[in-house]
Ligand binder design. Structure first.
Ligand SMILES: Nc1ncnc2c1ncn2[C@@H]1O[C@H](COP(=O)(O)OP(=O)(O)O)[C@@H](O)[C@H]1O
Ligand SMILES: [Mg+2]
Length: 245
């Protein structure tokens, strides 16, 4: 009870506040997000459920600092501060260290092997901070993650030599290598068959049980059901109301 009272006063770890995003398709502006609000507390696993084209990837890219809201189109906050005012190195650092990002189509670098792919954000982070010894930490972190994901026999293989499920495990290892506080997953099972996808969700559940905050977007209600909380993205806004599709 005491914990509950304290928890209600803790600011969210990540928050989208009134986020608007318009794309200019030809000469026609299309407002995809029309004031989307999403508040996530540390340790939560939230699923954002929305149909294809509803703006799920757009919302994730904005929350991950990979793209920006419209001018005067709300803000993304991390740890009670807007990420949009932190340009340059600090935004790089947000993308590299505070959050991890997992894509539907893995986005692994084909020229690099499994170990190098997983280690990459660790190397980038250390160029920025200049701590050479931290590279050893990144190597160790990648090795430990890949081992726990059952990939230790695959370290020298290229992504093209792996199954879809294995590729996504590598991508998740890469996303977690710098020990981010939040994992953003954009349809992490969208390219996988049901049982392989279930394995990926089990892996997310394990990390979540260990304290990781997870935000996952999906069009699949069964996938969303694995989360603690489901919200819906409809007509450019996030709602937790039960809706008929
Ligand atoms: N870079 C872009 N330029 C123009 N239109 C885009 C761009 N990205 C997404 N869109 C459009 O925005 C809408 C939402 O896309 P998206 O966020 O990818 O939805 P979802 O991930 O839910 O399928 C779609 O109509 C899509 O065509
Ligand atoms: Mg998408």
């Amino acid at each position: 009870m005491v914990n509950h009272i304290i928890a209600t006063h803790v600011p969210p770890i990540i928050e989208a506040r009134g986020v608007r995003k318009t794309y200019d398709i030809g000469s026609l502006p299309v407002e995809v997000l029309k004031g989307a609000d999403l508040t996530v507390q540390s340790g939560e696993w939230v699923a954002v459920l929305g149909s294809s084209g509803s703006g799920k990837s757009t919302l994730m890219h904005l929350m991950g600092g990979l793209d920006r809201p419209d001018d005067n189109g709300g803000e993304i906050r991390f740890d009670d501060r807007p990420i949009s005012v932190t340009h340059g190195k600090r935004l790089d650092s947000y993308r590299n260290r505070d959050i991890g990002f997992v894509f539907q189509f893995y986005h692994l670098l084909q020229e690099l092997n499994v170990f190098e792919n997983a280690m990459l954000p660790g190397m980038v982070g250390n160029w920025m901070t200049g701590h050479g010894s931290a590279r050893a930490v990144a190597r160790e972190s990648a090795r430990r993650l890949l081992d726990s994901f059952g990939l230790s026999h695959r370290l020298a293989h290229k992504p093209s030599q792996l199954s879809g499920g294995e590729r996504q495990r590598v991508a998740i290892a890469r996303a977690l290598v710098n020990s981010p506080r939040v994992l953003l997953a954009d349809e992490p099972t969208g390219n996988l068959d049901t049982s392989t996808g279930a394995g990926i969700l089990d892996l997310l559940a394990e990390r979540h049980a260990a304290g990781l905050t997870v935000i996952m977007v999906t069009h699949d209600a069964e996938v969303a059901a694995r989360a603690d909380r489901i919200v819906k993205l409809v007509n450019g806004r996030v709602t937790d109301q039960a809706l008929t599709w």
